[in-house]
Design a protein around this ligand. Structure first.
Ligand SMILES: [Ca+2]
Ligand SMILES: [Ca+2]
Ligand SMILES: [Ca+2]
Ligand SMILES: [Ca+2]
Length: 342
């Protein structure tokens, strides 16, 4: 309103008046009085975005779009950078170092055994051989896995931790006695007479019911659990029982061939088991006749005698009687051989 006061409110209708009536040297523009005042107050300050100062119909456009474009570019740069960082993170996460760690973690069985326990018995805090120090391994073959030994407080490298003649695993799984107590029957009489768990079981007494014999129920339970878990040493030796594994099958009967060539036996002596057979093969043009000693009665081993063998003919005899059997060629008694049957 007041032409002498640039800070006063103006109206569009008054603009032409201001443009032709400058009031002082400090007067810059009636449209930017505040900017002018600001510039005067901080002449050395860094330029900062100012309101547009239109001097023409299009003069303000670059000043309006410049900062906006710069802002957009900065925004684009930030977004692009963020995308790059995210991409890099994804790539890194998918790359081998972490994957290898994951694989290693997956390949490393989870152990429930404390490091101090592993150190005590296997001299290592981290088990590197699951067949020896793994939770499920039975390092001392006493029927008790390592982790179960840890629970039972027994030694994983001593089959009979309490020295009562019963394997740790057999005490836990079969006899239900204390594998850490030589006398589960805690009476003085048991201790004084060295009635260990093994001694009591062998004598038919039950260490769980001091002074009493094994009941039928207990015998049935022990028999059932023995069938499941099997006995281990030293239990087998202590109780004088046979291992539950069946005896090895009798070896299969075999046949040994003896050739007769150039009037000689090859081999001249054979060793076989009862039930095995020997086959004589004549490779000579002349006839041979295998027969039991002595010559000429052939009575040492009745039935052990061939017919005359022509070339390429054979004679087979099954030896069912242990002994050392001499024989000869009935047609040439100087040809002698021996069959040792065990
Ligand atoms: Ca064991
Ligand atoms: Ca043990
Ligand atoms: Ca024991
Ligand atoms: Ca015991």
């Amino acid at each position: 309103m007041d032409p002498k006061n640039p800070n006063s409110q103006t109206t569009d209708s008054q603009e032409p008046v201001y443009q032709v009536m400058p009031q002082s040297d400090s007067y810059q523009s009636p449209q930017a009085p505040e900017a002018a005042a600001s510039a005067m107050k901080t002449p050395l300050s860094a330029p900062k975005p100012l309101p547009p100062q239109p001097t023409g119909p299009f003069s303000g456009l670059p000043h309006e779009e410049g900062p906006s474009m710069w802002h957009n570019r900065r925004l684009l740069a930030i977004i692009g950078g963020a995308a790059l960082v995210v991409s890099a993170l994804v790539i890194v996460l998918l790359m081998n170092p972490f994957k290898k760690d994951d694989d290693q973690a997956a390949n490393t069985p989870v152990t429930k055994l404390p490091k101090i326990w592993l150190q005590q018995y296997f001299n290592k805090e981290v088990c590197d051989d699951q067949a020896v120090c793994g939770d499920a391994a039975d390092a001392d073959s006493d029927g008790l896995a390592n982790y179960d030994e840890f629970i039972a407080d027994t030694s994983p490298i001593n089959r009979d931790t309490d020295g009562d003649g019963l394997a740790d695993g057999d005490e836990v799984n079969i006899y239900k006695t204390d594998p850490f107590l030589k006398f589960t029957d805690r009476r003085d009489v048991a201790v004084q007479n060295n009635f260990t768990d093994g001694v009591e079981i062998k004598a038919g007494y039950d260490p769980l019911t001091p002074g009493l014999k094994l009941t039928d129920n207990r015998k049935a339970q022990i028999a059932a659990d023995t069938a499941i878990y099997k006995l281990h040493e030293p239990t087998i030796t202590t109780l004088g029982v046979q291992p539950t594994t069946p005896p090895p099958a009798a070896p299969e009967a075999k046949t040994v061939t003896v050739t007769i060539e150039n009037n000689a036996l090859n081999p001249g002596s054979v060793t076989i088991n009862v039930g095995d057979s020997v086959v004589w093969l004549n490779k000579d043009a002349v006839k041979h006749h295998i027969a039991s000693d002595p010559h000429p009665s052939h009575t040492a081993l009745p039935g052990f005698e061939s017919v005359d063998l022509n070339v390429s003919q054979t004679y087979s005899f099954k030896f069912t009687k242990a002994g050392t059997w001499g024989y000869h060629d009935h047609l040439n008694p100087s040809i002698k051989g021996t069959v040792i049957v065990k």
